[in-house]
Design a protein around this ligand. Structure first.
Ligand code: NAD
Ligand code: UDP
Length: 350
């Protein structure tokens, strides 16, 4: 059976992807330093799938650990989620971000090269399109006019991977440019569990809904959009996870590097998200309009037709499912994986 090394597999998108990989009949191993992930997520993946996930606790920059993981398993492909992702924090701590996201990718790529592993899926981001790109974003647009160090780390790694593919014609790389992943597995057993105060909209709303935070700040209502708040392309994390299985299938048949947008093609405003969440949960979300957040763009969404054409992937779940699944996860596990550990989670209630 093919084994996939999932770097960052104990995190939000990684844990959901493990479920889809196992469901597709693949064997998975995980490397994660748990800086923003949880070992409990891997236990929960076992509950959902019935399969044990072999876990290597540590750094993607730890070459000896990588060598061991690659040697002890017959790895045919790597999915690289192991990045730091907080945009604001990346401006405060740029060196840490370049070290983690760029150096980590270089070490991983070098270890793959030495072990003869030729397939890589890289977690990139819509942020590589930068601030001047027309919408919807299409893969053929120029990239690189990034507005924060986080985005620049993603752009730099994309360039590195393109160069690596040029130098090694046997290498195949999928650069998956995610739009805004939200939601949780419908079982309520895994979901997004950010350490500290959430930066992203949905985890923040979900924590307001369970009473952990008093109110949501809506960052700006004077943008040139229909209701004045920013618009984004939110997609269900289970759809996104399935995109990785399709990307692995593509890698098995193709050589070279290709970028794919993974989004729905729809734009939704912050106020529309609040209303959709309230409808799904029955909970009112107190909010106030706050100043714009530095670096936010008014509106962007995906042209996701390339992924449909070339990967056979299309987002299937709508806003109602995204909100209902977010609420199921958060309401059953108000403190995320700590609730599961303390026996206050879904399993204890069921
Ligand atoms: P996450 O923080 O939940 O998951 C990342 C995982 O990687 C965590 O478990 C963390 O502990 C681990 N990790 C980070 N650095 C590591 C290192 N040096 N060594 C070992 N493990 C490490 O984030 P996520 O939302 O699941 O995102 C996964 C990837 O997708 C990231 O690279 C992120 O930049 C990218 N991405 C995320 C979004 C989003 O909105 N969530 C959007 C676009 C791109
Ligand atoms: N947002 C907000 N309040 C918050 C967090 C986010 O109004 O507490 C807005 C943010 O300005 C953006 C949208 O929600 O317009 C999505 O933000 P998020 O950080 O989730 O994703 P981004 O698109 O910035 O990666």
């Amino acid at each position: 059976m093919d084994t996939v090394l999932v770097a960052g597999g104990a995190g939000y998108i990684g844990s959901h992807t493990l479920v889809e990989l196992i469901s597709a009949g693949l064997k998975v191993i995980v490397i994660d330093n748990l800086c923003n992930g949880s070992k409990v997520a891997l236990d929960q993946v076992r509950l959902i799938t019935g399969q044990e996930v072999r876990f290597y606790h540590g750094e993607v920059q730890d070459r000896a650990l990588l060598n061991r993981a690659l040697m002890e398993n017959s790895v045919s492909a790597v999915i690289h989620f192991a990045g730091l992702k907080a945009v604001g924090e990346s401006s405060q701590r740029p060196i840490e971000y370049y070290q983690n996201n760029v150096t980590g990718s270089l070490v991983l790529l070098d270890a793959m090269h030495e072990a003869g592993v030729k397939r890589l899926v890289f977690s990139s981001s819509a942020t590589v399109y930068g601030s001047d790109s027309p919408v919807p974003y299409v893969e053929s647009l120029e990239t690189g006019n990034t507005s924060n160090p986080y985005g620049t780390t993603k752009w730099v790694v994309e360039q590195v991977l393109k160069d690596a593919v040029y130098a090694d014609p046997e290498l195949s790389v999928a650069l998956l440019r995610y739009f805004n992943p939200v939601g949780a597995h419908p079982s309520g057993l895994i979901g997004e569990d950010p350490h500290g105060i959430p930066n992203n909209l949905l985890p923040y709303i979900a924590q307001v809904a369970v009473g952990k935070r008093a109110e949501l700040s809506v960052f700006g209502d004077d943008y040139p959009t229909a209701d004045g708040t920013c618009e984004r392309d939110y997609l269900h994390v289970v759809d996104l996870a399935k995109g990785h299985v399709r990307a692995l299938e593509w890698l098995a048949q193709n050589r070279g590097a290709a970028a794919f947008n993974l989004g729905t093609g729809n734009a939704t405003s912050v106020l529309q998200i609040i209303r959709a969440f309230e409808e799904a949960s029955g909970v009112t979300i107190p909010y106030r309009i706050a100043p714009r957040r530095a670096g936010d763009l008014p509106a962007f969404w995906a042209d996701a037709s390339k992924a449909e054409r070339m990967l056979g992937w299309k987002a299937e779940l709508g806003l109602a499912e995204m909100m209902a699944d977010t609420w199921r996860w958060q309401s059953r596990n108000p403190n995320g994986y700590r609730s599961v550990e303390q026996g206050q989670g879904h399993l204890a209630i069921a």
